[in-house]
Design a protein around this ligand. Sequence first.
Ligand SMILES: [Fe+2]
Length: 420
Amino acid sequence: MKISKALDTFFLYCVVIIILITAYFAEKVSSENRVDSTVEDEISLTGARLSDELYGSVRKTGEWRRFGSTSSQFEFVIKNLGSEAITNWRLYLEVPEDTTIDSSWNIELSKDSRNNLLLFTPQNANITIKPGDNLEFGAVVRSKKTIDPSVLHIIGYKAAGRNNIIKNLILFMILVWLVAFVGYLVTRFNLRNYRERQKNDVRIILQSMNTFISFIDAKDPYTRGHSRRVAMYAAEIAKRMELSEDEVQNIYYGGLLHDAGKISIPDAVLNKPGKLTDEERKTIQSHTVAGGKMLKQLSSIKGIREIALYHHERYDGKGYPEGLKGDKIPIYARIVGVADSYDAMSSNRVYRRHLNKDEIIEEIQQGSGTQFDPDIVKYMVDMINDGYVNVVKMETAENEDGTNDIHIHEEDLPGVYMGF
Ligand SMILES: [Fe+2]
């Protein structure tokens, strides 16, 4: 996953978490601010304190029997003793189930589903009882039994407190959002700078390598483009072997510089068209050790020294410079070795013309298990058969005037730097 995408996903998660936390606290604070109280058996002519804020009294001011039922008249007083207004309140008075409503004043009266009496304020349930205010209302209700008020229940909210809380919550949310947003912008900005720096670093590496490769190519014109082609073949093999992006990239760099040691070989030996003497062969072979020494200092690119040093080792142990065998040869060097040999077979050399596709496949397969790691040969043969090698050749072709402008571009990089 790209870093920017991961950052966006992280930001989204943060937003969801902030919303959930805000909702939790909103509910908690809101319920804390609720006035919700019940008084039983304390309701009398003198009334009772319903909560810290509310005082309520209910009085039976009349009672008469008519047609087998008893009508009762009640008068209520609700007083706000607190310092904040109470709003959105409802008041219940428990009465027998068969109670019916005859009339009411200063209040809208109805029965709720539980057959309690549900008393609303005349206008609507949102009427506010200001601090110090009294609210008086009354009702005449009828039942077969005598009705005595026994349970008075009121639910309401501290209006001013709630408003403050909502205001504070909104401010808090805005603050959190601002902090999150600024943090997000700063991170994005830093990330962009970081990418720019990283791109620049890559540019410097590539330009240095371009310069160095031009030295190598100047030594051996017959191998123009060889380093870049080997790098691309080797990186593709590594990709198909599902090595990590970092490893693919290291192999790419190693492919570019695998013949760095050729700089130390005299031109007369390197470009000699005829048969080489044993001495001359040894001199040419010494480019591996020389390359290994040169690249030892490039320790930031893992395995690059081993690639230069061991890319001419053979799987059967008959290669040079150390005669390492099988898995003892570092995997990077085995990969570059196969890529290097393929390019040698498919390019013209001072001593012969290139082989055709079938000849190359035959030769590579003959070398499987002796010269080459058989596992790596499979990928190389696949790349020949599916035409990948031709794409590389087209991309690295020489100009018509014979010049060879080998440019290594960022888009050639197989690794993590791509896609930003
Ligand atoms: Fe080489």
